[in-house]
Ligand binder design. Structure first.
Ligand code: IVH
Length: 699
């Protein structure tokens, strides 16, 4: 290479020529690693080193947006090379479970075990819910997570290490002492029902594929080529089994699960150890009852022999263990009649068809509505009003229509005509090319969209106003109390003036009115990213909102930037917007369009008169510790470890958990132990807490 090696130079010290050369080198290097990883199944660098390259690339691009290359790795994200993950061979096969469908099957299972082991007494079993997700194997070597793999065919799965690292429930390092050198922890990745519903709503709004149930959406989310999408999907993990272990930390099933919990995993809180068949069956009944109220899908319970020496002796039959069985729940399907098809209008005008059903009990829950997803789905299944249909409580929560029982179709049933006018405002509803969703074009005048936007505005990840739920928003919109976001914040004042007093509404006592006003007042200060998300602009979910907020940092810069970007795609401001890593043209256009609309600008301005928007914390690029790797150890006196870490990150340093040659500083508090020793061995600079504060504070 003709240019000098600047790979260790802090980004803010790079000249433009250096940055240009380095971006070129990084693009080529990352592309080469991608090819080895995705196409040749032969990665050459560790994930951490790969991540470091990408981070370096992103940092340089953020500093020199005008130098972003057309073949930049950040532009290729999402369209990864070959659409497949590297294969991983499981050192111990990932097996499946035999099923029991009724009480007799369970009795037989227990009898079989007693015969096999020649026991008179029933041995102890663990009983736990069977999670309806996908199984995952996590390999730890010397306590560090080195590989995450899907089950695949049981022998060979897919390498999803980068994706699993983004899950909060998966520790990167095992906790505790005496960790065996090799630990393969296995369990289930799942998505909560509430997250699944939210995700589908977002997907439908954006015209993207909706998932049939939480299991599918967990599988789809885990196997994203772009791990940052996985990170945004709120996946969870329960540990319940293991593969290769170089030593066993316990000699019972429940002991192993207890050890997983100590090592930093989530384990299912409902797991029990029970002593006889009756207790197993009682457990099954109890969990089946709780099923609907859990926020994750389960499809049965699993019984496992408690003693591991017994498990060892029992072994396997073909591909399932003799020592475990899945006791399934009854299928949750039913047939009923479609009385009507309702069209719901979403926040961005999407029309969603909902079947209104003759009420029917499905697995213990009365169902009256089922989703029909979209226009094409209705046509594909040829669902008509008056039809008898089979429905399923997919994901336990929103039932879906599986299909029509044609023999029962009334003679006069006509094919369903999807409306081309919005049922809420009468505006045209159109389908853009390539989209599955039909949308109302009424925009700001459509009352259904207005209500949905307000609901979104007050929702949990936006303004999160307690006491302003779906019902209240609807009622307050209908009676004219709250028509725009700003109205929420002027509600108290108007109420005090005696305009339409809330206390006059039935069900509103003095306390509930006061609580509501307090809840609203608590939200008069809001971080910029939440505000951007709350605006409910199409394609601006939480992740994009954060990216945009970080870039502009203040509300003033944000508004000025977007108004200027409205001058056209040639404007400098528009270029600045699409140069934000992760923000593409579709997103940029959506947000620019939003701010071009006078009524939107007025609504935002009116809101800003009522609230204070907090700027985003910026990472300081030219601090003394920017670009340095810092390890904190021992207990600190002037600040908590968390604070110290946050401070370091704010100043642009990277905080690591372990000392290596790459560490720049070890900050040692009281009682620092092995890390201090390691620092001395490697000749890494050691700072006291005060030294650190001086160094960081002097920035
Ligand atoms: S134990 C050797 N426990 O069910 C078998 N599996 O049908 C180890 N599953 O592939 C599995 N919850 O994905 C076990 N509490 C649980 C489970 C569970 C869900 C899944 C797992 C497995 C499948 C077998």
């Amino acid at each position: 290479m003709s240019s000098r090696d600047t790979s260790n130079t802090p980004v803010d010290k790079l000249t433009e020529a250096d940055a240009k050369a380095e971006l070129k080198r990084l693009a080529a290097e990352i592309a080469e690693h991608d090819k080895r990883y995705y196409q040749d199944d032969a990665p050459k660098v560790s994930d951490a080193d790969y991540d470091a390259l990408r981070l370096r690339n992103n940092a340089i691009e953020a500093h020199f947006p005008e130098l972003i290359r057309s073949d930049s790795p950040t532009r290729r994200v999402g369209a990864a090379p070959t659409g497949r993950f590297a294969k991983v061979r499981h050192s111990v096969g990932m097996l499946s479970l035999d099923n029991a469908f009724n009480d007799e099957d369970v009795t037989e299972f227990v009898d079989r075990i007693k015969r096999f082991l020649k026991l008179d007494e029933t041995p102890a079993f663990t009983a736990e819910p069977k999670i309806d997700g996908l199984s995952l194997s996590l390999r730890y070597e010397k306590g560090e997570l080195v590989r995450g793999a899907t089950r695949g065919d049981g022998f060979e799965g897919e390498d999803v290490t980068a994706n699993v690292r983004t899950l909060k429930d998966i520790p990167h390092k095992l906790k505790g002492r005496n960790i065996p050198d090799v630990c393969e922890v296995r369990g289930e990745v799942y998505m909560t029902k509430s997250e699944f519903l939210e995700l589908n709503k977002r997907q439908a709004e954006a015209g993207d594929t909706v998932f049939a149930n939480p299991r599918n959406s967990a599988a789809g989310s885990l196997r994203m080529k772009d791990a940052s999408i996985t990170a945004s999907r709120d996946l969870h993990f329960f540990a319940y089994a293991w593969g290769e272990m170089s030593a066993m930390p316990a000699d019972t099933q429940s002991g192993m699960v207890g050890w997983f919990a100590k090592a930093g995993f989530q384990t299912n809180p409902m797991m029990k150890v029970v002593g006889d068949v009756e207790a197993l069956l009682a457990f099954h009944r109890d969990i089946e009852q709780k099923r609907a109220s859990l926020d994750y899908d389960i499809d049965g319970v699993v019984y496992k022999v408690e003693r591991l020496d017994f498990q060892q002796r029992l072994g396997f039959v073909s591909r399932s263990p003799r020592w475990a069985i899945a006791h399934k729940f009854a299928a949750e399907k039913a047939t009923t009649i479609i009385k009507e098809i309702d069209i719901q209008v979403g926040r961005t005008g999407s029309l969603t068809p909902v079947a209104k059903l003759e009420p029917v009990s499905v697995g213990g829950v009365v169902v009256q509505n089922a989703t029909l997803h979209n226009e094409d789905e209705i046509a594909r299944k040829d669902v008509r009003i008056g039809d008898t249909v089979t429905i399923q409580r997919a994901g336990d929560v929103i039932p879906q229509v599986l299909g029509v029982v044609l023999e029962k179709r009334p003679k006069d049933a006509k094919p369903y005509q999807f409306p081309t006018l919005c049922p809420a405002c009468g505006s045209h509803a159109v389908r853009e090319e390539g989209e599955v969703v039909r949308r109302c074009t009424g925009g700001l005048i459509c009352p259904a969209q207005q209500v949905e936007r307000l609901r979104h505005f007050v929702s949990r990840n936006a303004f999160d106003i307690e006491g302003l739920g779906e019902k209240q928003v609807q009622a307050f919109f209908a009676d004219g109390r709250i028509m725009t976001p700003a109205d929420i914040f002027t509600l108290k004042e108007r109420d005090k003036r005696g305009e339409k007093k809330l206390a006059e509404i039935e069900g509103y006592g003095e306390t509930s009115v006061r609580n509501l006003f307090n809840a609203i007042d608590e939200r008069r200060e809001i971080p910029l990213n939440r505000l951007i998300y709350a605006l409910g602009i199409r394609h601006i979910g939480e992740t994009n909102a954060k990216l945009i907020a970080r870039h502009y940092a203040t509300i003033e810069a944000f508004i000025a930037g977007l108004e200027a970007a409205g001058e056209g795609p040639e404007s400098e401001a528009y270029h600045e917007l699409i140069a934000i890593g992760g923000i593409g043209e579709v997103v940029a256009e959506a947000i620019v369009e939003f701010f071009k609309e006078t009524r939107n600008r007025e609504a935002v301005n009116a809101l800003l008169r009522e609230i204070k928007v907090l700027p985003m914390e910026q990472t300081v690029r030219d601090s003394a510790v920017a670009g340095k790797t810092v390890v904190f150890t021992g207990s600190m006196e002037k600040m908590t470890r968390e604070e110290a870490k946050a401070m370091a990150e704010r100043l642009g340093a990277k905080v690591s958990g372990s000392v290596s040659k790459k560490t720049d500083y070890v900050v040692a508090g009281a009682d620092a132990g092995s890390k201090l020793k390691k620092a001395a061995e490697l000749g890494v600079a050691v700072l006291s807490e005060d030294d650190w504060i001086k160094l960081a504070g002097g920035a």
